[in-house]
Ligand binder design. Structure first.
Ligand SMILES: NC(=O)c1ccc[n+]([C@@H]2O[C@H](COP(=O)([O-])OP(=O)(O)OC[C@H]3O[C@@H](n4cnc5c(N)ncnc54)[C@H](O)[C@@H]3O)[C@@H](O)[C@H]2O)c1
Length: 353
């Protein structure tokens, strides 16, 4: 294999155009973008021209016949499985956007194709690359927060009805705010605590928007992690962007971490911790001064999507296991399935392990 991994993109007009390709071109050091494909050929043409990419096309077969090592799949999730299997069968390594697929069975199909072809697969939970989220994980894993009591992750946006929008067609998206944004939040909490979600319940509604089909525009989920901690995962398509907090909260017996804007597409955000073990036993006066131990973090973030390209390129060249695997993807589908079941049946549902 050449020194740089040669890449093709499947579905280059959305997040690929807005984030991944610009960051790829700007910062990826272990990768080279050779071809872009989109069902909309004019879009592929425009992207190729804008970023100086040698080849573009409008079908998978042509893309996969190029001299490429890996593909980045950034199409709607109802075609991820078909495209991943096709890419694997063509001997290409695969970086796939979240949500990985619609069902756990589809994940099995991708796994079979990848293992048969001997290709690598990585799932694009890029928010793990946010420098503050990494710091939060490091602190939690070091035991700085003590026993974990609760984690909260929030991601919201204003998403009004848009004619023809695939996310608003349940037959394509298979879910609303939870599937679209909550999958990142569920993953980030599990990853920071290094503990899978085992039980879920919550509320979901189509509260505000008049979408073409019924998907939730409001999702408030309560979870229990294997480590015993509780979780709140809240995702809304009906909060104004100007008010978006995209909160990350981690609370343990020795203190808390509070993040703002660290769950999102930008590599930035704000975060502080208050780490102060209770020394005085029960204080009936309940006198608090939470500012005394407040520590602000000022960290330099770099593009989440460009990092993802370099991480997977390195796995491909070195033959190492990607940081986010098909097993993580299967688990993510099972958590989402358990949540939708819990909502339908108005009860607590255990996540299949
Ligand atoms: N990780 C993240 O931060 C992040 C952010 C946004 C979207 N996503 C995920 O990326 C995927 C795409 O979302 P988006 O917002 O970019 O959607 P989008 O609709 O904005 O863009 C999708 C692109 O894929 C093309 N396309 C559609 N069907 C295709 C097909 N069968 N073959 C080839 N091209 C096809 C469309 O023409 C379009 O250019 C979704 O799974 C979504 O959940 C992830």
């Amino acid at each position: 294999m050449s020194e740089k991994v040669r890449w093709g993109v499947i579905g280059c007009g959305g997040i690929a155009y807005r984030r991944t390709i610009p960051e790829f071109v700007k910062m990826a050091s272990k990768a080279e973008l050779v071809s872009v494909m989109d069902i909309n050929k004019a879009c592929a043409h425009k992207v190729a021209e804008e970023f100086g990419i040698a080849h573009f096309c409008d079908n998978e077969s042509e893309l996969l016949s190029q001299d490429i090592d890996a593909v980045y799949i950034a199409t709607p999730q109802n075609v991820h499985c078909r495209q991943a299997v096709q890419a694997a069968n063509a001997g290409k390594h695969i970086l796939c956007e979240k949500p990985i697929a619609i069902t756990a069975q589809e994940v099995d199909e991708i796994e079979q194709a990848c293992s048969k072809a001997g290709v690598q697969f990585m799932l694009g939970f890029c928010m793990r690359n946010n420098v503050y989220n990494r710091k939060a994980r490091e602190l939690v894993q070091s035991g700085a927060l003590g026993q974990m009591v609760m984690g909260r992750a929030q991601l919201t946006c204003w998403y009004p009805p848009i004619e023809g929008a695939w996310r608003q067609d349940v037959n394509i998206s298979h879910g609303g705010a939870l599937l679209d944004m909550g999958t990142h939040c569920l993953d980030i909490l599990e990853w920071i605590m290094d503990s899978p979600i085992v039980e879920v319940t919550g509320f979901q509604d189509l509260m505000t928007h008049d979408y073409a089909t019924k998907i939730e525009d409001a999702s408030t989920i309560v979870a229990r992690f294997a480590n015993g901690a509780h979780g709140v995962i809240d995702n809304y398509f009906n909060l104004p962007d100007a008010a978006a907090q995209n909160a990350l909260e981690l609370h343990g017996t020795k203190g808390s971490i509070i993040g703002q804007g660290t769950i999102g597409q930008d590599p930035t955000g704000k975060m502080f911790s208050i780490l102060q073990e209770q020394e005085t036993g029960y204080n009936a006066d309940q006198v608090r001064n939470v500012d005394v131990k407040r520590q602000e973090y000022q960290l330099e973030g770099i593009g989440l999507y460009g990092q993802m390209i370099d991480q997977f390129s390195e796995c491909v060249t070195e033959g190492t296991t990607p940081p986010i695997t098909l097993a993580d993807g299967r688990h993510s589908v099972r958590v989402v399935d358990a949540i939708y079941q819990a909502i339908r049946e108005k009860r607590v549902v255990s996540v299949e392990s």
